[in-house]
Design a protein around this ligand. Structure first.
Ligand code: T4K
Length: 379
């Protein structure tokens, strides 16, 4: 292992300290450090055009942004929100924190929410669909939109992994009624902690603005039960600086993706993420899917094997939400004879995917997996 340093699944993209200190001096001089400052406003403007959405509301983290997205529509208490269990806990928690009921449905083979299972789960209490563009793979936005129109449902997307994803040149944040992006340190574009909402509905803008800032409309009036979702000036400065670095990091990850693809094309039973030609990769994660029968080894064996070599992969997203204590009694609605998620959750492994991954690391990964195939076949 180069330097014997552990190789982690992700590594934050960070601006140079020199560049950051220029911004910090400026912020210090201005003495305006949060509450819709200059850097905050500039980041919102810049991101709006980067994401091709015209509008963008930045938040102090993605989870608060998602809480606000769900709060916007004044859903009746305990209404049902159909969602996927194949996601980070924050997706389901945001529903429950709004005193709404998550209804978990099955996924497609690519890990995104299954439209047929969504339709099966609809009841007269359903108010919304919350899909997740997991690993930057877009949900079937067309099919979901048809269902939403047919049953008069709100469509919310969690695009925590899909920063910069486009379908036919259209920003992923343009689909559905509202979309959340996460800018956590583990995301390719990050503000250390942060996130944003985008929506095509201009009539929602004022309410988002209010909900993000305690519902305050002016010094003397509070119009909504809001929260403190504001991004501070230091986060925003990191964001503006990082935005300049994203293209280069994406290029490096694209090359890394190709190298990984090449390695796994020679390994039976391991498949990789394949997006349709009209969709761009967010370059957020590099998931592989291990079919134990075909590969001769399991996902967990690969995880352990790489860990022994100081390479730390992650089983995003195993356990799934319905394996967690708060949701353990929830069923998964499926339109398939065997729930797709049951096999998917034992197959997926996210490999280190960032520009610190070197060719030496790749050789270790390739050799470890190849040796595993050989050793297990000759056991
Ligand atoms: N929806 C989805 C689909 C999401 O994936 C997420 C977040 C959200 C909603 C919520 O958005 P935020 O509220 O977070 O903006 C991490 C992140 O904390 C979380 O943001 C992310 N998803 C999730 C998929 O991954 P953990 O528990 O895996 O984090 P942790 O601390 O184990 O770190 C992961 C890896 O990153 C480790 O190998 C170490 C490395 N790392 C981490 C940090 C924090 C670093 O190298 N430097 C760092 O500063 O949740």
């Amino acid at each position: 292992m180069p330097d014997n340093k552990p190789l982690l699944v992700t590594s934050p993209l960070l601006p140079s300290l020199q560049d950051l200190s220029v911004c910090l001096s400026d912020i210090w001089k201005s003495k305006w450090v949060t509450n819709h400052g200059q850097y905050h406003n500039r980041l919102e403007e810049t991101l709006g055009s980067y994401l091709k959405t015209d509008n963008c509301f930045v938040f102090n983290n993605g989870t608060i942004a998602l809480l606000v997205a769900l709060k916007l529509f004044d859903f009746k208490l305990n209404s049902e929100v159909i969602t996927t269990p194949f996601t980070f806990a924050a997706t389901a928690h945001s529903i429950a924190w709004n005193q709404l009921t998550p209804v978990f449905v099955d996924v497609k083979q690519d890990g995104t929410i299954c439209p047929k299972s969504i339709e099966k789960a609809i009841t007269d209490k359903t108010c919304a669909i919350l899909g997740v563009h997991v690993y930057g793979t877009p949900c079937d936005v067309e099919a979901i939109n048809k269902i939403a129109v047919k049953y008069d449902l709100v469509t919310i997307y969690d695009a925590a992994h899909a920063f910069g994803t486009e379908i036919d040149g259209v920003g992923i944040g343009c689909f559905g009624d509202i979309t959340m992006f996460s800018f956590h340190a583990t995301k390719l574009f990050n503000t250390i902690e942060g996130g944003c909402l985008t929506t095509p509905h201009t009539d929602l803008h004022k309410k988002i603005y209010l909900l993000r800032n305690f519902g305050i409309s002016d010094e003397a009036s509070v119009l909504e039960i809001g929260i403190n979702g504001k991004m501070n000036e230091i986060q925003a400065a990191v964001g503006l600086l990082n935005l300049d670095l994203v293209a280069e990091e994406k290029k490096k990850r694209h090359t890394l993706r190709e190298k990984y693809n090449h390695i796994f094309s020679a390994i039976k039973g391991v498949s990789v993420q394949q997006l349709p030609e009209n969709v761009t990769y967010s370059e957020q994660y590099y998931p592989v899917f291990i079919d134990k029968e075909k590969a001769g080894f399991s996902r967990d064996q690969m995880y352990d094997q790489l860990k022994q070599k100081n390479i730390y992969t992650r089983k995003y997203f195993t356990p799934i939400c319905t394996d967690f204590v708060p949701f353990k009694d929830y069923q998964i609605v499926t339109n398939h004879s065997n729930a797709v998620i049951d096999s998917l959750k034992s197959q997926v492994l996210c490999l280190p995917f960032h520009s610190d991954v070197t060719d030496v690391h790749l050789h270790i990964i390739r050799d470890s997996v190849t040796n595993m195939t050989y050793l297990l076949a000759n056991k």
